[in-house]
Design a protein around this ligand. Structure first.
Ligand code: ADP
Ligand code: MG
Length: 863
């Protein structure tokens, strides 16, 4: 165990002898022994002994000594005002932090002040804005393991987003975990986190919280009966333990987290599965390679959202593309409506740009952590709702009409905040200037007393000048002595009897009168009671608003969804995207583009794709840098976009939803990924072969390169046959193994595609156009010639190559045929094109005339 955690050695066996303060510290270290305890002493959080040494080193703060009657102790402290940034560093170093605050007022306490842990900061339970990225959720996961199932619950404590799911043990839950990329995973003591493959801090937590009865009870206090919402014990246990953990992390405050009132239970199958490898190799959220200039990812090019809530929502949509055609169409309808209504789109996006992150605001309000400005921000945002409803009034897609109908204008909440809270309130909530005086009769009376008293004092100077005849007499105020009447030394003779001396200065004396003192006390009393009353009223208003969290959250969710749909409309309208047709057989894309590469490239060459159950497997060949990887990813990204409900970068597209996208990028192509062993490559390949279905889209990029050519080719061939014969998944296989083109030619549902090189200008250039058939294998030799390798060596290479290939078909050889545009039907040759046309004819439903015409057409084509 880390020496900085638990009871320091020096304090371990001397509980009795320590000073009361240090024995408090010792007790807290003992109780919170998995966290680093920050112990409030006045304006600082202190750490002692081993913890002091560790924090001093990590935070680069001074290590000092504390000396008392019992000994000297190393000590290091951080200023409370600036604590969050230090806490962040401690989190980054892998610590949980228990913050122990003074919970008694030192002025009102004799002896040592009590301290208690008021929050435990862990990577997964952050709520402080300073520690959170605005446009990203911060999830804590909870993982359970039952004999037959794995359970998974996910919670964002800063927003209240809560998800639960489970999976049979033989399937994998790790993919679900990686989808949400949690910052922390809570597990039952003794349960291995391995099957979850969680790449984050793992926090074992109280076994009692995982116990089925206890967990069900916890869930019930938040959401009612767990049976009605959750499908398996493993889910109940995960949800219950996770809620208990979230409460534990806020220890010291109200136990319940009222704003967590919505639980989304889902089946992994309801969404397109994108595992960690796919997320990374398609660069949905993060760039995989370090080279390249900007941070260009799919999220990056798509994120035209206007507010933080929309941005988080978009990420959630991309993380979990849909598979149900109706749900996809519903989103597409809404996006299409935004593309058509340009003025409304502009107006809505403009409005949304000004909204605050009310999802996090309401969570903070519920936790009793919000100040008066937060409430005002909430009101300002809610004020935008009527405008948005107005903007949406002409819309008739089901989604947008429903969003509009459900948008709650929350007039009561807005009115309450507007009546109670000043327009520009103070930050501090305990010192007045927060509540409108008219809001409360008693407050109004106190403020009036205060005002009258001050007015009386304002008049005092003139009155006293007249009474005493001292023209230079002044009435003033200072924070130490309060109100005074100042008389210069020259006039001291004229001072009346009822003046009492308060303070002596060099050239003057300051006095007060019984009446002034009385007024002053009155003002102070009124002021202090008014400040207290304001604080009390503020807390009342905050609680009243918190009681409406569910309604505010519904508005937040609606704003987020509107923002995403409008952003997708903006992208579609401004970047020449089209609405994909959903359904049919397989994937058919005309003039498809890679959404990210097209943004970074001077010009982008669109390409066609057609994959269906009878032409499911494409082997893609061509020289390095000709565009194979880009082409394959483009197909996957267009599919992901379509299933997210977005328009797609293409001239036209028809997509039959896929259940999962698999990607495997060969080890040699994945240097930056740092997982360049052949073993990893094969492990991932094995998982594809095990889990892919006929509804999956599989991208294999240079698989089998990490080993000797013979092995690699054998593996590539075996994989091709297996995927083709047994699985039938839609597959694109880019390979440098030219021999694989022969395999493709032999298999009925496989075909060849290739990219060619153009060498007319004396140097190698690519037109990035995908063509039917296989690429030539002699490309390497041509490059050797370009590079100036002596003629006789080149000639000999060609000879060897020809012998090796034994006169295989050389379709697509850039030497043999001039580059021709890809035909409409991507196929191996005219015969296949014809076969494809014939297959499309539905003879059973044709009239004889239609049949005759079709026959005539086909005949024309052959001739
Ligand atoms: P390969 O996988 O065949 O080695 P890549 O797909 O990595 O080739 O593409 C190499 C480079 O060519 C890409 O980085 C991109 O800049 C460019 N490129 C690829 N496809 C296209 C295209 N269709 N239009 C324009 N440029 C492209
Ligand atoms: Mg490549």
């Amino acid at each position: 165990m880390d020496a900085a955690l638990g009871v320091p050695e020096k304090m371990a066996d001397r509980g009795e002898e320590l000073t009361p303060m240090l024995s408090q510290y010792r007790a807290l270290c003992e109780r919170y022994d998995d966290s680093l305890v920050l112990f409030q002493v006045g304006d600082f959080y202190e750490t002692f002994c081993e913890a002091a040494e560790a924090t001093a080193r990590l935070l680069e703060i001074t290590l000092t000594q504390r000396e008392d009657s019992t000994g000297t102790y190393p000590m290091a402290g951080i200023p409370i005002d600036n604590a969050e940034s230090y806490i962040e560093t401690l989190l980054d170093a892998g610590y949980r932090v228990a913050v122990a605050d003074q919970v008694q007022d030192p002025d009102e306490t004799t002896g040592v002040v009590d301290r208690a842990v008021t929050r435990i900061v862990t990577p997964g339970t952050l709520t402080e804005d300073e520690l959170l990225a605005t446009d990203d959720n911060n999830f804590v996961a909870c993982l359970t393991e039952d004999p037959d199932r794995f359970g998974l619950a996910l919670l964002d404590v800063s927003t209240g987003d809560f998800y639960a799911t489970s999976a049979r043990r033989e399937t994998t839950i790790a993919d679900e975990v990686s989808r949400f990329a949690p910052a922390e995973a809570v597990v039952e003591p003794g349960v291995e986190a391995d099957p979850f493959d969680a790449d984050c801090m793992v926090s074992p937590y109280d076994a009692g919280a995982f116990e089925p009865g206890a967990a069900a009870e916890t869930v019930a206090t938040y959401f009612g009966s767990p049976d009605a919402r959750l499908a398996a014990d493993a889910e109940v246990r995960a949800c219950g333990a996770l809620l208990a953990y979230a409460e534990y992390a806020r220890s010291g405050q109200d136990d319940r987290l009222d704003y967590i009132n919505h639980l989304t239970r889902y089946e992994p199958r309801e969404y397109m599965l994108l595992d960690r490898v796919a997320l990374s190799s398609l660069e949905l959220f993060e760039r995989r390679t370090v080279h390249g200039d900007a941070e260009v990812t799919l999220l990056g090019v798509l994120d035209e959202t206007s507010c933080a809530m929309g941005s988080r929502e978009l990420k959630d949509w991309l993380r979990r593309p849909l598979v149900d055609p109706d749900r996809i169409e519903a989103r597409l309808d809404a996006v299409e409506e935004w593309t058509r209504n340009v003025r409304e789109r502009e107006a809505a996006r403009e409005t949304l740009r000004d909204v605050y992150d009310i999802e996090r605001l309401i969570a903070r309000i519920s936790r009793g952590r919000a100040d008066a400005r937060d409430l005002r921000s909430l009101k300002d945002t809610l004020d935008a709702v009527p405008d948005l409803r107005e903007t949406l009034s002409g819309f008739d897609s089901e989604t947008l009409a429903a969003l509009r109908a459900d948008l709650d204008e929350l007039e009561d909440v807005r009115a309450l905040i507007d009546d109670a809270i000043r327009p520009d309130p103070a930050r501090e909530i305990t010192e007045g200037e927060v509540i409108n005086p008219e809001y409360d009769a008693e407050l109004a009376r106190l403020r009036e007393t205060e005002r009258e008293g001050k007015a009386w004092i304002d008049d005092l100077e003139a009155q006293e000048r007249e009474r005493t005849g001292i023209d230079s007499l002044k009435v003033g105020h200072n924070s130490v002595h309060g109100y005074y009447i100042e008389v210069t030394n020259a006039n001291l003779d004229s001072v009346p009897d009822d003046y009492t001396r308060r303070q002596t200065l060099k050239n003057s004396e300051r006095f007060y009168t019984p009446e002034l003192k009385e007024r002053e006390d009155e003002i102070l009393r009124a002021e202090s009671r008014a400040d207290d009353l304001e604080h009390e009223l503020f807390r009342e208003v905050r609680s009243a608003v918190a009681a409406e969290s569910e309604r505010v959250q519904a508005v937040a969710a609606a704003l987020a969804e509107l923002d995403v749909l409008a952003a997708l409309g903006e992208v579609a309208a401004t970047r020449d995207y089209v609405r994909p047709e959903i359904g049919g057989d397989g994937i058919e894309i005309e003039g498809g583009r890679h959404p990210v590469v097209e943004r970074t490239q001077q010009s982008f060459v669109p390409n066609d794709t057609r994959l269906d159950s009878e032409r499911s497997f494409a082997v893609v060949t061509g020289p390095n840098m000709s565009g194979k990887s880009t082409y394959m990813r483009q197909v996957a990204l267009v599919t992901v976009l379509a299933q997210t409900g977005s328009f797609v970068p293409a001239a036209s597209a028809r997509i039959e939803p896929v259940d999962r996208v698999f990607t495997r990028v060969g080890a040699s192509d994945d240097i930056a990924g740092g997982r360049s062993t052949f073993m990893v490559e094969m492990t991932e390949l094995a998982s594809i072969l095990r889990s892919a279905t006929a509804d999956s889209l599989v991208l294999l990029d240079e698989v089998g390169r990490g080993t000797s050519t013979t092995d690699g080719l054998a593996i590539a061939r075996a994989v091709t046959e297996h995927v083709h014969d047994e699985i039938g998944a839609l597959t694109l296989f880019a390979t440098h193994h030219h021999e694989l083109t022969e395999t493709a030619a032999e298999l009925p549902n496989a075909f060849n595609l290739h990219f060619a090189a153009d060498q007319t200008a004396g140097e190698v250039a690519f037109d990035h156009e995908v063509r039917r058939g296989a690429a030539t294998a002699s490309y390497g030799v041509q490059v050797a010639r370009e590079a100036g390798v002596p003629d006789e060596v080149v000639a000999r290479s060609t000879e060897l190559l020809d012998a090796d290939r034994g006169g295989t078909d050389r379709a697509g050889d850039p030497d043999a045929s001039s580059p021709e545009p890809a035909p409409e039907v991507v196929a191996d040759g005219p015969k296949d094109a014809l076969a494809a046309r014939l297959r499309e004819l539905d003879v059973a439903t044709m009239t004889p005339l239609e049949a005759m015409n079709a026959l005539a057409e086909l005949k024309d084509e052959v001739e």
